[in-house]
Design a protein around this ligand. Structure first.
Ligand code: ADP
Length: 400
């Protein structure tokens, strides 16, 4: 098949995009870029093959009042200028929550979009922006098929016990269960694992450590348990999100301190995590460079909780053959990898300091019982592959 595929990952203040050939399946995109600062100071950046910076003059028209819709209205014509005669044959979206119904990549029809919108309360930080991008494309390029790929889908293989909260059964039956997120990233890592690990080493915990952070325990490349739950708030400490919290704290804040549900949501989603503990920033690289004791404490807490969470996932896979670090912090922070692994020596985890500092693909010492790897994630390639499969008529789940 000729033509190109556009992948979109719309967040609260940014749209990340990538462009792939539709016919071939290389994991490297032809173009990768982003429009950041939506709602404040929009900044466009894009690079073509070989890393050449691409001219984004049309995006100078964006200002603080420009919405996701305005950004996409400029992106689509810009893209056709870049790709010339090659037609756009599909647009694939990363969508954070698919709930119980949307369990695999699917073409976005009106019922699918309704279901994605119905799930907004479960991912209030992300899902509204995914919907905005889908609606903008439908407005500006209505004839191009849109395909949704869900961050929850990869975790549909979790054990039932890993999905259940210890809540009354009726609540679990209505869908208040642990879904898990970052599934596109885990899907990519699972596909890359066979080229990094000896056959038989299949009990792997992947640490996706970015602004959002989670871990996934895999066996045979399938999710068996994950640290995020019903929403993307659970599990690890994150850039601005608190991660696992005694639910009694929420009750206390509301009942004793008189905070509203909205105020508590803002506190837990936007004012906690690295930012809340350091009172400086949610940015790990900036914290590492800071001499402030609160910055160091935030990093230590992040790593302590990550190591605790990792150890807590081991029972789901009956042991541990490998740990994989990925995403912005996992791929780039030797300090974080070191602090996490140092707390896991009793599991047989031993880092090679020189390989870790160098950011090598394998950072465990030869004597380590557990392989420790760094694998850059590529969620866009997973979305592009799903688009190709659907365009080629693959059986895909749908709802009507
Ligand atoms: P998102 O979840 O927004 O996609 P990323 O995966 O891009 O996030 O990760 C962003 C995080 O990665 C930020 O906290 C950033 O500081 C961190 N990071 C990126 N490069 C480095 C680095 N060299 N050292 C430490 N942290 C880094």
């Amino acid at each position: 098949m000729s033509g190109i595929i556009l992948t979109l990952n719309a967040g609260s203040s940014s749209i990340k995009f990538a462009v792939f050939e539709a016919g071939d399946a290389p994991s490297a995109p032809l173009i990768r870029g982003s429009i950041a600062g939506i709602g404040s100071t929009p900044v466009f950046a894009a690079r073509g093959t070989g890393g050449t910076a691409l001219d984004g003059r049309p995006f100078a028209a964006l200002d603080a009042s420009s919405s996701h819709d305005a950004a996409i209205s400029l992106l689509l014509p810009w893209l056709s200028e870049q790709t010339g005669d090659d037609p756009l044959v599909a647009i694939g979206h990363r969508v954070v929550h698919g709930g119980r119904e949307l369990t695999g990549p699917m073409r976005i029809t009106p019922p699918v979009l309704n279901e994605i919108e119905r799930l907004i309360p479960l991912a209030p930080l992300h899902q509204p922006h995914n919907v905005a991008a889908i609606r903008a494309v439908a407005r500006w390029q209505p004839d191009v098929p849109q395909i949704a790929c869900f961050d929850t889908s990869f975790h549909a293989t979790q054990d039932r016990l890993a999905q259940l909260f210890a809540l009354p059964r009726a609540l679990s039956d209505e869908g208040i269960i642990r879904y898990g997120f970052h599934g596109l990233s885990y899907d990519y890592i699972a596909s890359a694992l066979p080229s990094h690990l000896a056959p038989g080493k299949d009990r792997v915990i992947v640490a996706h450590l970015g602004n959002g952070a989670s871990m996934c325990a895999m066996r045979g490349g399938k999710s068996r348990a994950t640290s995020m739950g019903f929403t993307a708030l659970d599990g690890l400490m994150m850039g601005r999100r608190c991660g696992t919290l005694d639910p009694g704290v929420v009750l206390y804040l509301m009942q004793e301190k008189g905070m509203s549900a909205g105020e508590v949501a803002t506190l837990l989603y936007k004012q906690s995590g690295l930012l809340g503990v350091s009172q400086l920033t949610n940015d790990m690289a900036v914290l590492e460079a800071s001499a402030d004791a609160r910055a160091r404490e935030a990093i230590e807490l992040f790593c302590y909780r990550a190591a605790s969470s990792l150890a807590g996932l081991v029972p789901a896979i009956g042991g541990l053959d490998a740990i994989v670090f990925t995403a912005g912090i996992g791929e780039n922070s030797a300090l974080v990898r070191d602090l996490i692994c140092a707390r896991l020596d009793w599991l047989g985890v031993l880092l090679s300091p020189s390989e870790n500092t160098a950011g090598a693909a394998r950072i465990s010492a030869p004597a380590s019982r557990v392989d420790v790897l760094v694998i850059p994630t590529n969620e866009e390639a997973v979305v592009a592959d799903a688009c190709r499969a659907i365009l080629n008529g693959a059986n895909c789940t749908s709802i009507d």
